[in-house]
Design a binder for this molecule. Structure first.
Ligand code: HEM
Length: 443
């Protein structure tokens, strides 16, 4: 970390050096790192291994301020989590997702318009910042019915707050004494203010929605509606309701925005580095879309190669790189007896970058996901696996395809030479350079 590396690369080295099961001590806690497919399958696919409280309870608060609380990602108790997931599922059903194509198109068009103003000039653009605005616009509109148009805002405090919270998660989890050091006090205060801003915004949007419902207005059956329902079902006192709703409000911003933006920026970076792959992806898009403006749900199913590019992007760059489970009973993993009472960590970054599971792992090669290629066996899981698999998996890949397909259809992009292709770890993984591109109209 001091040498500006990322900790996940160290885990890859340790995975290679110590094998598929090894132990790490962090003060009094023991973490078992596991990358063998059988154990990954047994543990992640089973509802009996709960999320590890040592990790997820730490995200309840961020430096003393309630953050993700008992929301969908951080709830470790099975029943508390399951009640929320069951109610939230309809907002991610395929029927509902189909209906989101309009918003995905509309928000991506804003990016296209923005790029249209720059295309052909010598001004380079930081693609990461731009796609970040799109995914933020999408989640605000689709999940909460609010249209903020971040591409038109300079320095939005809300956008900055989401970023600070993600950074704060890394500090809080990885450096237990971070808040004790006077040199960090200013940062800690900024992170606490950021959490406060997110939760206060949530309060306002929830109140507006409640008022709309009381006034008999037609409200969409979106994520916010489901969040209100989870609180109703819990049937607890209103202060607790409110906190629970805000937990999920924060959760959707943390889970559903940067992860997709980072995937898009890594995809653009890799397309920029591989002209042949770029050409093939563009040819597919041109064949399917021609000059058509709006992308339909059915078009998405036809983007076979583009899907492969997106899958390969998440193999090399799993933007949310792992998960962990609590082992409550003795278990044998790969012949080793693991006693009850420890945490098992699974890193998609590690298994997806190991030669044992992916030949020539550092090569960006979408062919790995060709229909005829052998399927990875419990070694590829950028969205986690089993009951706690990402709720927004399909949503995010629909969104990513719409943005990327429109970009390929309308513009030629090339990477400004000399920039780094390194990864930056800010809670999610993102390209360090921000992916700086020159943009031209397609000839
Ligand atoms: C490329 C984009 C995305 C990636 C790589 C990703 C990855 C993940 C991963 C690895 C987890 C498990 C986290 C853990 O075990 O700690 C997760 C959970 C989750 N994600 Fe995503 N995610 C993405 C996009 C989204 C989007 C767009 C949404 C919502 C609109 C979303 C909502 C969630 C939720 C609610 C959970 C918790 C699920 C549960 O425990 O029931 N994600 N995601």
């Amino acid at each position: 970390m001091n040498a500006d590396g990322i900790i996940h690369d160290l885990f890859v080295k340790w995975g290679e050096k110590y094998g598929p099961v090894y132990r790490m001590n962090s003060f009094h806690s023991v973490f078992i790192a596991v990358h063998c497919p059988e154990a990954t399958k047994t543990i992640l696919m089973s509802p009996k291994y709960l999320k590890d409280p040592l990790v997820y309870k730490r995200l309840f608060n961020l430096f003393g301020k309630r953050f993700m609380g008992n929301g969908l990602i951080t709830a470790t108790d099975h029943d508390v989590w399951y009640r929320q997931r069951r109610i939230m599922d309809p907002a991610f059903s395929s029927t509902y997702l189909r209906g989101l194509m309009g918003t995905f198109n509309e928000m991506s068009e804003r990016l296209m318009d923005h790029l249209g103003e720059i295309a052909g000039t010598k001004t380079p653009v930081i693609m990461h910042d731009l796609v970040n605005c799109v995914t933020l616009d999408v989640i605000c509109k689709v999940a909460f019915g609010v249209d903020l148009n971040f591409l038109k805002q300079n320095n939005s405090s809300f956008q900055h707050a989401v970023e600070l919270c993600l950074k704060g998660m890394v500090f809080d989890i990885r450096y237990p004494f971070f808040a004790l050091h006077p040199k960090n006090w200013k940062t800690v205060q900024q992170i606490k203010d950021a959490v406060e801003l997110l939760r206060k915004t949530g309060e306002k949007w929830i109140q507006n929605r409640k008022t709309a419902i009381e006034n008999g207005e037609n409200v969409p059956n979106d994520i916010l509606t489901q969040i209100l329902k989870t609180a109703e079902e819990e049937n607890v006192n209103s202060a607790k309701d409110q906190e629970q709703m805000l937990d999920n409000f924060v959760t959707f911003f943390i889970a559903g925005q940067e992860t997709t933006a980072n995937q898009l920026s890594f995809a653009i970076m890799e397309l920029g580095r591989h002209p042949e792959i770029y050409k093939r992806a563009k040819a597919e898009v041109d064949e399917i879309l021609g000059t058509k403006r709006d992308i339909s749900y059915d078009d998405l199913g036809k983007f076979t190669y583009l899907s492969q590019v997106l899958k390969e992007t998440l193999r090399l760059y799993p933007t949310a790189p792992g998960t962990s489970r609590w082992i409550h009973e003795d278990i044998v993993i790969n012949g080793l007896k693991i006693p009850a009472g420890c945490s098992v960590t699974f890193s998609s970054y590690v298994s997806q970058r190991m030669e044992t599971y992916f030949k020539d792992p550092m090569k960006f090669d979408p062919e790995r996901f060709d229909v005829n290629a052998p399927k990875p066996y419990y070694t590829y899981y950028p969205f986690a696996l089993g009951p706690r698999i990402c709720l927004g998996q399909v949503f995010s890949q629909m969104e990513a395809k719409v943005v990327l397909a429109k970009l390929l259809q309308r513009y030629e992009f090339s990477l400004v030479p000399g920039q780094s292709f390194d990864i930056k770890d800010t809670g999610t993984l993102r390209p360090k350079s921000g992916v700086i591109c020159h943009i031209k109209h397609c000839s």
